[in-house]
Ligand binder design. Sequence first.
Ligand SMILES: [Zn+2]
Length: 211
Amino acid sequence: MSHPIRIPHSEAIQRLIDGNLRFVNGIRSAENLMAHTKIAELASKGQNPFAVVLTCSDSRSPAEIIFDQGLGDLFVVRVAGNVVAPSLLASIEFAVSNLGSSAIVVLGHSLCGAIQATIQHLQDPGNELPSPHLEELIGRIRPAVKAAEKTHNPQAVDFVHHATLANIERSRRLILEQSKIIRDHHDQGKVSIEGALLDIATGKVAFLGDT
Ligand SMILES: [Zn+2]
């Protein structure tokens, strides 16, 4: 696909909002449920996902399901804690520059184990982490938790919520700061980069905007 269609980013976000509303209300789009009928066409004509979703690997936050989208609709990048790292950034860049995606959504969620582990480790740094890989991951979340500590009491029950929001915002900002390709698309109004928070208990997604 040499010139993929790029819909306005406001339309892309609206599709996600509408899809999440269907999901929350227990309704599924018949077209998306019949997505297998599009498989041959998608293979021959190429993919044109309208949005990129950077989300957590948590089994309760599958983007296609909670936004009620079908085959070929979303380019999903999943990693525990929805962090930004070079290979993940390259994946987002590919979708934006080659596939015509017009919205990038950083989707965090409540009850995130990666955020909770980072908070726990900061409060008890003597407790050695079980692997260097987890250390690397937590190292990417730690700055967001520390930022949240400046404005919220880390001992309060809702601190994990504020740390989750700070982590979403940090990933959003890092995408812009670290990728010239995405920054250029963003400056030209071709893509928006929005934070969003999924409430695991209800399935509802709150969009936090592109500021
Ligand atoms: Zn998570």
